[in-house]
Design a protein around this ligand. Structure first.
Ligand code: PEP
Ligand code: MG
Length: 317
């Protein structure tokens, strides 16, 4: 079966009714970039940059980060690389940094953490911008919750560009900037975020955690963590539909995107952009090649409108 799957590597992901689906991959370290190319992914939809910062005593400097990002961009040879700015805090912590937050998942993590440490953020943004001189780079901002953060993030990017101009260092003229949809408030009141960004990417791992009030790292409540909860599906649906209305791509890059049992469901919600672990990509592609999105959309909409539990067995048979 694996050999059969490998034959799908260069087959475009187009459904039976002619909808082209974009399949990108997630990585945590630069060494994984080759696996993305080998899997036939169209690009990197999520590079979790925080793994460069974890398990060490000191922060990586601009040069080290630049080398890491640039090596991924070179390996991807013209395919887009979506680098997420540091998503530290909550389940991912820096060594030597004691967590004092009462509730780290609701505390100063991700973009909140970066905006509170402007120098560290500038260092990373300059490294990311410099990597864009070697091929297409997209900047992805994690855990955005309000428009103040959006403005502050854009101001930080502008400042990093200015510093590179001042130094005479190269970066791409046009760099797409996107945000993760992980906070339910954003998935609900999403229109201004569609407008503000070039693309959005739904982080279902956190979106589920925050929507259902289930700590994703707490095994005692792991059984309650439910991607199929009607509220979760309605939020995902709302984000995808708003993106379609606004003409902006909306991806899913959380674990749901790589779960082949959920491929038909996501297609039925109107999803056209997936990003997942490279190992899952061909299985998901095979499912896409057999799917008829029109029929799935009708069935999924009927279930969502009744706010009923999603019966995957019925949907997938
Ligand atoms: C997510 O929350 O779904 C996501 C992709 O980000 P992470 O798992 O790194 O928090
Ligand atoms: Mg997340």
């Amino acid at each position: 079966a694996r050999a059969g799957l490998a034959a799908l590597r260069d087959v475009p992901a187009i459904t039976l009714d002619g909808v082209t689906i974009s399949l990108e991959a997630n990585i945590e370290l630069p060494e994984e970039a080759q696996a993305v190319v080998d899997a036939g992914a169209e690009g990197i939809g999520l590079f979790r940059s925080e793994f460069l910062f974890m398990g060490r005593d000191s922060l990586p400097g601009e040069e080290e980060q630049y080398q890491a990002y640039a090596s991924v961009v070179r390996t991807l040879a013209g395919r887009p690389v979506t680098i997420r700015t540091l998503d530290i805090g909550a389940d991912k912590t820096l060594d030597g940094e004691a967590t004092v937050a009462t509730n780290p998942a609701l505390g100063q993590r991700a973009i909140r953490y970066c905006l509170a440490r402007p120098e560290m953020f500038q260092t990373q943004l300059r490294a990311m911008l410099r990597a864009s001189a070697h091929g297409p780079v997209r900047i992805l901002i994690p855990m955005v919750a309000n428009l103040r953060e959006v403005r502050a993030a854009y101001a930080a990017i502008a400042q990093a560009r200015q510093e590179l101009d001042h130094r005479g260092q190269a970066y791409a003229e046009r760099i797409e900037v996107g945000a993760m949809v992980e906070v339910p408030a954003v998935a609900i009141a999403i229109e201004p975020f569609v407008e503000a960004f070039d693309f959005l990417s739904i982080g279902t791992n956190d979106l589920i955690q925050y929507t259902l009030a289930i700590d994703r790292a707490d095994p005692d409540v792991g059984g309650l963590y439910d991607p199929l909860h009607p509220a979760v599906l309605r939020l995902i649906s709302n984000a995808i539909n708003a993106g379609a209305r606004g003409g902006k791509p909306v991806a899913v890059c959380g674990e749901m995107a790589g779960d082949v049992k959920l491929t038909r469901l996501l297609l039925g919600l109107g999803l056209t952009h997936f990003s997942m672990h490279p190992q899952q990509l061909l299985d998901v592609k095979r499912e896409i090649l057999r799917a008829h999105t029109n029929a799935l959309r009708t069935r999924v909409a009927a279930i969502l409108n009744r706010a009923a539990e999603m019966d995957l067995e019925l949907l997938n048979q």
